[in-house]
Design a protein around this ligand. Structure first.
Ligand code: GDP
Ligand code: CO
Length: 415
């Protein structure tokens, strides 16, 4: 794969935010066999070719297939799912590169039609034919709640404390903990409502590419789609959605106010398709519901920008690297209507609004935007997000030990 090199990076304390890097070529061919030195030693023509390759390296990163596969081996792909069409789910799992461990966390209905059972069947069949491992569990499984309670991670449980709360974010955190159980070093998230398996495949390649160029063990890759097509009579390849455009603007306003330099560096505030090193995930708080992706950024800024007390000295020393990689495949997923979009906007902007870093000007901007897009009534404020503590604050080992004993019942390819 070839992607643009990091050409522009903004630093916010220990957080390095890289500007968008485009995917230039999905498949970059065979491994270059000669180094520059070897080539010059062999002959001049080859030397010239190698020099050209070196020139390319100034603007372009070529990430070899083998390197990508090495990262995929160390990566779990978590798929949160709630009542999606089975055909979509089947397509999504078929797009996850073979070396990755698939972890499905489902909150689908288990009434007359047991959708979870159908998902499990589909996954099991896939694993049998593709000869691969996967884990699948239901978010409301009582054993899961018990394991979390034992680990002291009651943040994820409902008031009664017997089941995990609803929410995509809660599903993501469970997937993350299961990735730790499987001793993975990276965890990537992919929604189950993706229409194109090829896009899923590319997202994972982008995750691997990002991790391979990161110099810090604390790394995050967020996907920006080249297009997000809309259907209204005919297809239109739209680039920016209203929710993402607005959320990015408010994030940039917050950073600009703090640094005194206007910026537009944040382009993936809402990126559902994103991945991080487990080292980073461990120290990150996760907000409930649709606030989760924007809150990750807010938390990183709060904990590591140096404006507030630093949350983790080690991570601050190594630095936190955020990559924003633009995929080639358009993003096409289930459309859920205006009410859903308003809710996403409201929850996303709530994270910025309630951040300790947020200035009055940005707060006014947020209220203005929410009123204009009818996500809020006059005189109201966005609700404060519910933030779950970082996994590191609880007894992860206790969770892992508890679940490890039962892992066979979650495994899609047994034995
Ligand atoms: P959007 O793509 O950001 O508009 O959000 P979606 O509504 O498509 O949700 C993203 C993903 O999370 C989809 O795969 C959903 O099926 C899944 N999802 C939504 N709610 C839940 C939940 O409560 N639990 C789990 N595990 N997954 C969920
Ligand atoms: Co979606």
């Amino acid at each position: 794969m070839r992607i643009e090199k990091q050409r522009y990076t903004e630093r916010f304390g220990s957080v390095k935010i890289n500007d968008v890097q485009k995917v230039l070529e999905l498949d970059s061919g065979m491994r270059a066999r000669l180094t520059l030195k070897e080539a010059i030693a062999l002959d001049k023509i080859a030397g010239r070719r190698a020099k050209l390759a070196l020139k390319e390296a100034i603007a372009v990163d070529k990430i070899e297939e083998g390197v990508i596969k090495d990262y995929e081996k160390k990566m779990a792909i978590v798929i949160p799912i709630k009542n999606e069409k089975l055909q979509l789910f089947e397509g999504v799992i078929s797009g996850v590169p073979h070396e990755c461990l698939i972890i499905v966390v489902s909150n689908s209905e288990r009434k007359e039609a047991d959708r979870f059972e159908m998902e499990r069947d589909t996954l099991e069949q896939f694993c049998r034919f593709a000869q691969r491992q996967a884990l699948i569990m239901h978010q409301k499984n009582p054993a899961l709640a018990l394991a979390l309670a034992q680990a002291g991670y009651t943040d994820l449980l409902d008031e009664v404390g017997e089941t995990v709360r609803d929410g995509k974010s809660e599903g993501m955190v469970i997937g993350l903990l299961m990735a730790m159980l499987a001793r993975k070093e990276y965890v990537g998230f992919v929604d189950a409502d993706n229409y194109f398996p090829g896009a899923v495949w590319e997202y994972v390649k982008c995750y691997a590419a990002g991790f391979s160029i990161s110099r810090s063990p604390y790394a995050m890759v967020r996907i920006l789609w080249r297009y997000k097509p809309k259907l209204s009579g005919q297809i239109y390849f739209k680039k920016w959605g209203r929710v993402s455009g607005t959320t990015n603007k408010c994030f940039n306003s917050l950073i600009s106010a703090k640094t005194g330099f206007e910026t537009d560096i944040i382009k993936t505030a809402n990126a559902g398709e994103h991945a991080m090193s487990v080292r980073l995930a461990e120290i990150l708080p996760f907000a409930s519901g649709y606030a989760v992706e924007p809150q990750e950024l807010v938390s990183l800024f709060e904990d590591f920008s140096g404006v507030l007390p630093t949350a983790n000295q080690r991570a601050a020393r190594d630095g936190i690297e955020i990559f924003q990689i633009e995929s080639r495949n358009p993003h096409f997923h289930e459309e859920r209507g205006t009410a859903h979009l308003r809710e996403m906007l409201l929850q996303g902007l709530g994270t910025v609004y309630h951040s300790l870093l947020c200035d009055e000007e940005t707060k006014r901007m947020i209220i203005r935007e929410l009123l204009a897009q009818r996500a809020l009534k006059r005189g109201e404020e966005p609700a404060k997000p519910n933030i779950n503590r970082p996994p590191q604050k609880v007894n992860i080992k206790s969770f892992i030990d508890f679940m490890a004993e039962r892992v066979d019942s979650y495994s899609a390819l047994k034995g």
